[in-house]
Structures are given as C-alpha cells and as structure tokens.
Design a protein around this ligand. Structure first.
Ligand SMILES: NC(=O)c1ccc[n+]([C@@H]2O[C@H](COP(=O)([O-])OP(=O)(O)OC[C@H]3O[C@@H](n4cnc5c(N)ncnc54)[C@H](OP(=O)(O)O)[C@@H]3O)[C@@H](O)[C@H]2O)c1
Length: 216
C-alpha cells in the first residue's frame, strides 16, 4: 500500500518504520520535510521511506494515517483538504491534562475523537485503530512465550474498505486484527487507551504490553 503518515513522532515513526519494513511505500507528511530531524527519521526508517509536506504526502496515498497530537488534528485536517474517498486511519486520542496533573479524555461517551474527525475530514473513510497501546508496541509487536496467541489490535469503522485496509496493516505488524464494529465503537476504544496509559505511565509498568483475547 501507499501509506501517508501525518505526524512523524513516536507513533507515526514507529508505524512508518514497521510498515516500510513490511514492504509498504511510506511517505511521512510533515511540516518541515527538509529539516535535520526529518532527514534522521528517514535514515532511521530506511526501506525507501520519503517525506513531503502534509497535503503532497497524502496526494498519492491509498491510506492516510493521522498521528498528530489531538490539539493539532484540526490544523492537520485543514492542511489535508479534501481526502476524496481515501481511507483515513485515526490513531489519535483526545487527551487532556487536568489541573491536578491527571489525564482524561476531552470528549467521550456520547461521541469520540474519531467521530469528530469523520465529521471534519472531507471525503474520507475513517477508521479508528492503533490508538490503544504505546508506540513501543507498534515498533515491535512480538511477545514471546504465548504460543500462537497474538496480540489483539482493536479497530472500528463504518467503511468496509477502511476495515479491510486496517485489517491488513494490523496483521502486517503481527497483531490479530479485531473488528469491533462501526466508528461509534471509538467511544469504547479511546477510553481503552486511557486505561493503557494509566497502567503504563501512571503505575510505571514496562510499556511493552498489549491486550490478548483468550477464547474457549
Ligand atoms: N505516544 C504513544 O505511545 C501513543 C500511542 C497511541 C496513540 N497515541 C496518540 O497518537 C498521537 C501522536 O502521539 P505521539 O506520541 O506520536 O506524539 P508526538 O511524538 O508528539 O508526535 C506528534 C507529531 O505530530 C506532528 N504535528 C504536530 N502538529 C502537526 C500539524 N499541524 N500537522 C502535521 N504534523 C503535526 C509533530 O511534528 P512537529 O515535530 O513538526 O511538531 C510530531 O511529529 C496523539 O494523538 C496520541 O494521543 C500516542
């Protein structure tokens, strides 16, 4: 797939590196394509990854991955313009830092970041995915010692095409893709990210952990 990753920080860099390694054509959509930081990112990513300005990166892409901070989403969507039927994978979480230093979601329950993005992303088929774990787990999704049990990647979308693309991209990273339903399920997936953050960051656990599904 031709994948444009908007926001080349922890999440964008880790996803881009893993997908480039898996054989996808990755272009990072960044604000400073010629900066030293971008050059280092491309050198670290390898596998033919390139960088362009945000709108130019998305132009030739089958899939656009949104991996900016929540408060930059509006700017990034404006820069992207009309997405003309492209699949947009939303990895963001609408986090807010509260006065006493705790983290919470700035919206939820009756809507979600993904649904707000879908309302603003002109022409896009929006999916929510790659938001429930820390980036370390996108750089390396191998968890030895569990036999054939794979880590689960929850996703949701109202678009079958978006679901197919996310399914493939999650499997390519080593996850068991798990379709949780329509985009409204982001109301459940975004709080799951908060649970992961509280366990990993607030309680100081090693961040190399993910959810698995045991069945009988
Ligand atoms: N950190 C995690 O482990 C994790 C896991 C799952 C989901 N998430 C979610 O994923 C998103 C990104 O998190 P992160 O940790 O990767 O953040 P990060 O390391 O701070 O990276 C954010 C990137 O977005 C870019 N950016 C900012 N404003 C932009 C704009 N208007 N247009 C284009 N690019 C812009 C930044 O570029 P500049 O350098 O130019 O500012 C930076 O490269 C957040 O919404 C977060 O909640 C994070």
């Amino acid at each position: 797939m031709n994948i444009a990753i908007i926001g080349a920080g922890n999440v964008g860099g880790a996803l881009g590196g893993s997908w480039a390694k898996a054989g996808h054509r990755v272009v990072f959509g960044v604000r400073e394509p010629d900066s030293d930081r971008t050059k280092k990112l491309l050198a670290d990513t390898g596998h033919g990854a390139t960088a362009q300005a945000v709108a130019a990166a998305a132009k030739g892409a089958d899939v656009v991955v949104l991996a900016t901070p929540w408060d930059a989403v509006e700017d990034a969507l404006t820069a992207l313009g009309d997405l003309g039927g492209k699949v947009l994978i939303d990895c963001t979480n609408p986090l807010q830092l509260n006065a006493e230093g705790s983290l919470s979601l700035s919206l939820g329950s009756t809507t979600s970041g993904a649904e707000e993005i879908a309302a603003k992303a002109r022409g896009a088929k929006v999916a929510k995915a790659f938001n429930t774990y820390g980036w370390e787990n996108f750089a390396n999704a191998s968890y030895p010692g569990y036999g054939n049990l794979k880590p689960v990647m929850f996703f949701c979308s109202d678009s079958d095409e978006a679901k197919e693309k996310v399914h493939q991209l999650a499997a390519d990273l080593g996850f068991e893709p798990m379709d949780t339903g329509g985009l409204g399920m982001a109301r459940s997936l975004e709080p799951l990210a908060l649970l992961w953050i509280r366990l990993a960051i607030r309680q100081g656990r090693n961040p190399n952990f993910v959810w698995g599904m045991l069945r009988r």
